[in-house]
Design a protein around this ligand. Sequence first.
Ligand code: ATP
Length: 294
Amino acid sequence: MTVSVRAPAKVNLYLAVGAPRPDGYHPLATVFQAVDLYDTVTVRPADEITLQMGGIGAHLPTDYTNLAMRAAVHLAEFADVEEGADIFVEKRIPIAGGMAGGSADAAGTLVALDRLWALGLSQEQLLRIGAELGADVPFCLMGGTALGMNRGDELTPLLSRGKYSWVFVTQEAGLSTPDVFRRFDLEGPEAPEVPEVDTRFLAALAQGDTEFVARHAQNDLGECALAMHTDARAIMDACHRASLPAIVSGSGPTIAVFVSQDECLDSLTELMQEAVPTAQCVAARGPVPGAHVV
Ligand code: ATP
């Protein structure tokens, strides 16, 4: 038996960051959207748990530092499973790109092994296990469009009408999420104790006012990420010059450009590569469901 799961990347349509708490964590108020850029997690029965990485992640470690491996071990312990599994992750989501690629692999692994091992866990149980693995894992399980509070792991599905078309401009070099938060603490805007998502933004999402959403998308980490990544800054400047609404995705350096369906990927790629020759562009649409068996 083989089980394959598609695990979507995410973009933060809105990311409000609060002042760090005594434990160092930043409270967040964020709107996530899952997009149709997927890693595929395939699992087969085996005596031990093993992991292989393919696609653009072929060079990543396959030990316990990999979130897919951590998810498998954690699930086996939780459910008292003695069997193993051979896990293969075909990676397409940019690495360290602010699109939750590692969390998507963890979510995909949980869903795939739940099926392979016939555990029959509820979505609620999976969400709880996911939250122990990382703050973005629950959303990668849930998918769609959702409000994430606290560490981003307290989720409420949001009513969101309409489809969003994106071009993600990815970079060769990633950014470390903790480094971007450190910079935010030192040089970022003054952060409130309790961050909030503007209610007009939520209303626009519910009404399907995609223009309003594109114009009012915001990311409190954006300026810090751009200050740490010259090429991402150059891409954002090129978007501004071309009047393209764009945001930094999560902690960057990927830039998410809102496009209308008729905009051509080739011409946009050309424009972006004039600014940064090594930049890559990938088109995606959202929202899509969370990690699911195919
Ligand atoms: P986020 O948007 O959740 O902040 P990200 O998309 O910026 O995350 P990831 O691609 O999830 O970043 O990975 C960040 C780091 O985690 C990588 O540099 C990599 O070394 C490590 N990592 C561990 N497991 C994985 C995995 N399965 N896929 C990608 N990176 C992984």
